[in-house]
Design a protein around this ligand. Sequence first.
Ligand SMILES: NC(=O)C1=CN([C@@H]2O[C@H](COP(=O)(O)OP(=O)(O)OC[C@H]3O[C@@H](n4cnc5c(N)ncnc54)[C@H](O)[C@@H]3O)[C@@H](O)[C@H]2O)[C@@H](O)CC1
Ligand SMILES: Nc1ncnc2c1ncn2[C@@H]1O[C@H](COP(=O)(O)OP(=O)(O)OP(=O)(O)O)[C@@H](O)[C@H]1O
Length: 487
Amino acid sequence: MHIGAGHHCVRDLLSFFLSFESSSTSFESTPPSSSSLPKDGSNYFQARYESLLNMYHSHFVTSENEKKNYTGNLKAAIDSFPFPLLPLNCFCFCFIILIDCEHFFVQIHFLFCLSFLFRQIDAFCNELLGLSLSLFSKEAFLSIIISFPLLVFNRNFHCRYFFLLKLPNVSQIFVFRFIEMDHFLKLLPKLTPQLRKGDCGKIAVIGGSLEYTGAPYYAASSISRLGADIIHVFCTPDAAPVIKGYSPDLIVHPGMSASSILPKLPRMDAIIIGPGLGRNPSLWPLLQELFQYVKKEEVPFVIDGDGLWFVSEHIEHFPRQMVTTVLTPNIVEFSRLCKSALGEEDVLKIKNNSQIQHLAAELSRKMDVTIYMKGEVDLVVTPNGEVSKCSTDSSLRRCGGQGDVTAGSLGLFLFWAKKNPGNDWTSAHHEAGISSSWLVRTAGRRAFEKHGRSMNTPMLLDEIPKLVRDVETREMKDIVHTDSSKH
Ligand SMILES: NC(=O)C1=CN([C@@H]2O[C@H](COP(=O)(O)OP(=O)(O)OC[C@H]3O[C@@H](n4cnc5c(N)ncnc54)[C@H](O)[C@@H]3O)[C@@H](O)[C@H]2O)[C@@H](O)CC1
Ligand SMILES: Nc1ncnc2c1ncn2[C@@H]1O[C@H](COP(=O)(O)OP(=O)(O)OP(=O)(O)O)[C@@H](O)[C@H]1O
């Protein structure tokens, strides 16, 4: 089959790529220049197709059987693919444009993110097959003009990336993007008959006081709904019966002394301190002992809410090399930390996101700890300067308690992420952070869509089971909008 510059319909193209499936030609990692591009395009397209399929296999398909199924299903789906009769809003194109300046050669890489089609193939619209098509600039820009409004304005699109890149190897970009969309699913542990009680997580939430009983409950409840086995809440004696009354699921320990809490911690897989903790100065010795324990034992550790207030107040005593620890400030808590650690005044007046990101990176470096900064865009910043951003659509309500869900879920995700072989603490922090952000934002958005301004945190929590189920059964339509970069 001859592939001309943009004159073939998508169906023909897909068939064309598939017809090379059994061939053994190896992938050339750099795109050809205009002069080396074969006249009929066959070798180039064949190599591109194979590389993309291989990438797909190595990142999403683990067994040979799955591989066969995937390819078989793909073929069947393509045979019945009704393009161009399919209504345009059933799919979206994602373009990656690669400009090879030397030869003024423009390639357009189409990603067919066909939620409609791909739900049939693998029932998970995050799983994309990238197809490449080389065009010359005239057709390229024509395609952009047609597709850009669809990408930007149609809310049904599940993928809205639009890149203009000058990069030598587009395949790396594909891999990078696909992996990031899949964090949440990757972290969920497989449920097998061999599991014992506790294998999916024994998590401690330290917080809860007379004034604040909701916060530790929200954190603990999110952990429970995500699938941890045992959740312990350590709180003041007057808060204990109230928290217990919210849910028989939680094991509630009254008493906030180090001597009563620390002996119970060796059984815990992750610890979250701060939601609803209160600011009683008598709690500081507990925090100090806890920091030492966490540092020595390398337990996943999240500091949120009033825990961050204590850190700001005693910044000179916050230990270094807390490699397992993530601080989860909102903007007010962040400004307090910046003031005490960096001497920065007036952080609350900063409206520019990149300035906030810059400060978060500085804070992370100075305190030698990971910062998960909550806001319009969530940032995960590690001391080595790596930044992950998550801007998945979220609720428009800023009701109290959403950050407690972030803290709780993050603690559990840290435990799961670190259990994944090959993850060091830095990558575990990024993976867990993105997953937690995605969870809170997506559950919040769903709750907001149902309840509007009456939405509150219990409603967000109620969305979690369905969300987890949707991801697991691969019926999920929401895509994570994330980005990672070196700062
Ligand atoms: N139902 C509950 O029990 C809840 C208890 N919470 C707990 O309450 C304690 C104190 O937290 P606060 O946040 O009130 O204390 P802060 O001292 O951090 O906040 C003080 C003020 O800053 C404002 N503020 C807070 N977050 C903001 C944001 N993201 N953007 C702009 N302004 C913001 C608030 O309106 C508040 O008036 C914490 O332990 C926290 O965990 C909260 O988590 C909310 C829910
Ligand atoms: N302006 C915003 N736009 C979109 N999402 C936001 C915005 N601010 C916060 N969020 C989302 O809400 C989550 C909770 O952030 P928030 O700032 O409310 O935390 P918090 O103040 O610590 O909460 P809490 O009330 O539990 O103490 C964040 O992880 C983020 O994803």
